[in-house]
Write a protein that binds this ligand. Structure first.
Ligand code: DC
Length: 225
């Protein structure tokens, strides 16, 4: 018996192909798609824009409930707005990228964004692919399928510098490892593999191969295997 809805959690560090894979799998299977990193980037963008001291967790916590963050979940054209402003471009700047780990480590920020993520997932009629760092462990521990994507630091740095249109691989590698170390060591729901997640090492795989692998896993789950 095929199940009507399916909730897929895809976690892993940066540069493992999470976003491209999650979007393509959702599009192929007719599911919604949620990029939770974009939500943390959006709240970080708001903090920076409003002059909040990023070094001060209590200042961040005090205003964590203020910005209204709305995510559009169509995998062929995901959107993100803060208080009605389209921030899809600004959240990818170096300024936001370098501050997002500090903002997303604040428990009040995580509580707020986690609640939003759960409500989006429960509203997705056909099911959803949710990508992030703590989806399988904290946000959606009852997800039907949990995937943890990994890749060697070299493969991840090469992919990221390609995305950043030729940025230096060595400095990209350092920035990426620093962000992953911060995301993995924070106290509140760090980047971690859930015990029941399927680990896929993407270092030697093409994007198409990773997508096929995940689609197969979802289809097997839906078929009740
Ligand atoms: O996936 P990304 O690189 O856009 O994520 C940006 C940051 O957001 C990442 O460094 C850590 C944080 N994040 C998080 O703490 N929890 C998530 N579920 C997703 C992202």
């Amino acid at each position: 018996m095929e199940r009507a809805t399916v909730i897929v959690a895809i976690d892993g560090p940066s540069g493992t192909g999470k976003s491209s894979t999650s979007k393509a799998v959702a599009a192929q299977l007719g599911l919604s798609y949620l990029d939770t990193g974009a939500q943390y980037r959006a709240i970080t963008w708001w903090m920076v824009n409003n002059g909040i001291d990023i070094e001060d967790p209590s200042a961040i916590a005090a205003v964590a409930g203020k910005p209204e963050i709305v995510s559009g979940t169509d995998p062929t054209g995901p959107t993100i707005t803060v208080d009605g402003t389209d921030v899809a471009g600004p959240i990818r700047t170096q300024e936001v990228t370098s501050q997002v780990s500090a903002v997303s480590a604040v428990p009040e920020v995580r509580a707020r964004i986690t609640e939003l993520q759960r409500s989006i997932a429960s509203d997705a009629e056909n099911g959803i692919v949710v990508e992030g760092r703590d989806i399988g462990t904290t946000v959606l521990p009852d997800a039907d399928l949990k995937i943890f994507l990994t890749a060697s630091p070299e493969a991840r740095a090469a992919r990221r510098s390609g995305e950043l249109k030729g940025a230096d691989v060595q400095s990209t590698r350092e920035a990426l490892l620093k962000r992953d170390a911060a995301d993995s060591s924070r106290k509140t729901s760090p980047l971690a593999k859930a015990d029941d997640a399927v680990e896929v090492d993407t270092s030697e795989l093409t994007l198409q191969q990773v997508i096929e692998c995940v689609v197969t896993l979802v289809e097997e789950k839906r078929a009740g295997k």
